[in-house]
Design a protein around this ligand. Structure first.
Ligand code: ADP
Length: 494
C-alpha cells in the first residue's frame, strides 16, 4: 500500500518562515519593498531640492542690487541713503516675493505699500521674523523644507510663504525675503501623490510577479516530492524520478535520489531473498518440533500439571512461529512470482462452516455464522482455492478474537450481490483508529492500540490481502474505536 503522499497542514508562520517558498517570497518582497521605498524617497527628495534651488536662484538674482547696497552701507554708514534703498526694495518686491531690511538696531525698513506691488503685509513680516525666534514653529515645517533653514508661514488669507534671512551685512543689518510658495506646495503634493501611487502599484505588481515566479521556480522540487512520496517497497525497483526541464540543482538531486533508489531496491531484494531462504530452512525443523510436542502432550500421563503447562506453552509458541514463517514464505513467493494458486469453483458456505468449526474448538467466545437462504438449495460457489480461503478466514477470526474483550461474539456472514460473494467477519473489539485504517494491510504495520494489547508481527493482514487478491477478490475494513471492526471479502461468484 502506498504511503500517504499528502503533507500535513501547516500554520501560516511555518508556511512563511519554515518553507523554502515562503522564505524566497519574503526575501524577494523585502528587497523589492526596500528598493522601491528608497527610490521613491529619493525621487521626492530630488524634486524638493529642485524646487528649492529654483526658488533660491530666483531670490538671489532679484536681490543682487539689494545685497550690494547693504554691504556698502555696512562698511560706510555715511553712504546710508535710505530712500534709495527703499526705492530698490519697492522695485524688487513683487506680488509673490517681498524683501525687507532689519537694521542692526532692530528697526525695520519695509517697501512702501503704495509704490510696491507686493501684497505682503507688515503682519507677514512680523510672522516671518517671529518664526525664527519661536523654535516650536519648526513643527509647522512641510516636507518641502526638510534639511533647510527656511520657515513656512501663512498670512491671513491662507497663502503659504517661505521665509528666511537672505543676507547679513558687516554692521549686522539683514536682508529678509518672504516668497509665496502656495503653488509650489500644491505641485509638490501632486508629485508626492504620484510617487506614492506608483510606489503602491509597483509593489502590488511585483508581489504578484514574485508569487508566480517563486512558485514556478520551486515547482520541480514539488514534483520531486510528489514522485518520491509515490515510491513504495513494491515499486522500488521500477521507480525512477524523471523531471522535464528541471533546474540543474534539482536534476542533480533527482539523480542522487535515483542512485539511492537503485541501492535500496538491491538491498531490499537481497533481504527478501534472505528472509525467504531462512523461513524455508526454519519451517521444516519447527514443524517436526511441533509434531513431537503434540505427541508428548497426548502421551504425557506421567507428567505433572506444571510440565504439561510448559509443554502447552512451547507448542503454542512453536505454532505461532511456524505461522509467521508461513506468512513470510507466502509474501516472499508472491514477490518472486512463485505463489501458486489453483483456482476453481469452491463451495464458500461449506468452507465457512468448516472454518467456523475449526475456530470454535480454539475459541472461548461465541462464533456465529449466518448463511443466505440460497445455501439450503445448494452450495454457493466462488472462484477460489479452498485451503487459502480457509487460511484467510481463520486469520481474520484469530484477529477478531485477539483484539476483542473476552465474551464478545464474533459474527461471520455470507451474502450474494451482482455476481460477487461477500464474506464479512465482524467483532465488537477495540476497533482500529482512522489513521491506522489505510495502513492495516501494509506489511509489518501494527495499529497503535493493538501494540498495547497483544503480541503480533503485523504480517497477518498483508498475507490475507495478498491471498484474496490472488483469488481475484478484494478486501476492505470498516472500524470504529471501542465499537468493533468489520472486514469484507469480495470474491467473484462461480
Ligand atoms: P498483527 O495482528 O500481528 O499485529 P495483522 O497484520 O494481523 O498483524 O494486523 C495488522 C494490524 O491491524 C494489527 O496490529 C491491529 O492493529 C489491526 N487489526 C487487525 N485486525 C483487527 C481487529 N479485528 N480489531 C482491531 N484491530 C485489528
Amino acid at each position: 500500500m502506498a504511503p500517504q503522499a499528502g503533507t500535513p497542514p501547516h500554520g501560516w508562520r511555518q508556511r512563511l518562515f519554515g518553507s523554502l517558498l515562503g522564505q524566497l517570497r519574503l526575501a524577494a518582497f523585502t528587497t523589492v519593498f526596500l528598493g522601491f521605498t528608497a527610490a521613491s524617497a529619493f525621487t521626492v527628495l530630488i524634486n524638493q531640492q529642485c524646487l528649492l534651488r529654483q526658488q533660491q536662484a530666483g531670490q538671489r538674482q532679484a536681490a543682487t542690487t539689494l545685497t550690494a547696497w547693504l554691504d556698502q552701507i555696512g562698511s560706510d554708514p555715511s553712504l546710508a541713503n535710505t530712500d534709495q534703498l527703499r526705492q530698490e526694495l519697492n522695485r524688487r518686491s513683487v506680488t509673490e516675493r517681498l524683501f525687507w531690511v532689519e537694521r542692526s538696531d532692530g528697526s525695520l525698513l519695509l517697501p512702501a505699500a503704495a509704490s510696491s506691488e507686493a501684497t505682503a503685509s507688515p503682519r507677514l513680516v512680523e510672522l516671518s521674523m517671529a518664526s525664527y525666534q519661536d523654535s516650536w514653529s519648526r513643527q509647522s515645517f512641510t516636507p518641502l523644507l526638510v534639511g533647510t533653514n527656511h520657515r513656512l508661514v501663512k498670512d491671513l488669507e491662507g497663502n503659504s510663504y517661505l521665509t528666511h534671512p537672505l543676507h547679513r551685512s558687516a554692521d549686522g543689518s539683514q536682508l529678509w525675503v518672504a516668497e509665496d510658495v502656495s503653488t509650489n506646495i500644491a505641485t509638490f503634493r501632486t508629485i508626492l501623490l504620484a510617487v506614492a501611487g506608483v510606489w503602491i502599484l509597483c509593489l502590488v505588481l511585483t508581489s504578484v510577479a514574485i508569487s508566480i515566479l517563486t512558485r514556478r521556480i520551486l515547482q520541480p522540487l514539488q514534483d520531486l516530492h510528489r514522485m518520491a512520496a509515490g515510491v513504495t517497497s513494491e515499486s522500488l525497483a521500477s521507480s525512477h524520478l524523471k523531471l522535464d526541464q528541471a533546474p540543474l540543482e534539482v536534476e542533480e538531486l533527482a539523480g542522487s535520489f535515483n542512485d539511492l533508489l537503485d541501492r535500496l531496491a538491491l538491498a531490499w531484494s537481497q533481504q527478501r531473498h534472505f528472509v525467504g531462504l531462512v523461513s524455508h530452512e526454519l519451517r521444516n525443523p519447527l514443524m517436526i518440533i511441533g509434531g513431537y510436542l503434540r505427541r508428548l502432550q497426548r502421551r504425557g500421563q506421567n507428567l505433572d500439571p506444571e510440565q504439561m503447562r510448559a509443554l502447552a506453552t512451547t507448542e503454542a509458541e512453536t505454532h505461532r512461529i511456524t505461522r509467521m514463517l508461513n506468512d513470510l514464505l507466502d509474501l516472499s513467493r508472491s514477490e518472486s512470482g512463485q505463489l501458486q494458486m489453483v483456482l476453481a469453483p469452491v463451495a464458500v458456505d461449506e468452507v465457512l462452516t468448516t472454518a467456523c468449526d475449526l475456530a470454535r474448538s480454539q475459541l472461548s467466545r461465541p462464533l456465529l455464522l449466518t448463511l443466505p437462504k440460497e445455501a439450503a438449495e445448494g452450495p454457493i460457489k466462488a472462484v477460489a482455492e479452498t485451503d487459502r480461503l480457509q487460511q484467510v478466514l481463520l486469520n481474520l477470526i484469530e484477529n477478531a478474537d485477539k483484539y476483542s474483550p473476552p465474551g464478545r461474539p464474533i459474527c461471520l456472514d455470507l451474502s450474494q450481490d451482482a455476481g460477487k460473494l461477500c464474506i464479512s467477519v465482524q467483532d465488537q473489539g477495540i476497533g482500529i483508529s482512522p489513521e491506522d485504517i489505510p495502513k492495516v494491510f501494509d506489511r509489518f504495520h501494527r495499529g497503535r492500540n493493538a501494540i498495547e494489547h497483544e503480541r503480533g508481527s503485523g504480517l497477518g493482514l498483508s498475507v490475507v490481502k495478498l491471498l484474496v487478491e490472488a483469488m481475484g477478490g478484494s478486501i476492505n475494513v470498516e472500524s470504529e474505536i471501542a465499537v468493533g471492526s468489520r472486514f469484507h471479502i469480495h470474491l467473484p461468484a462461480a
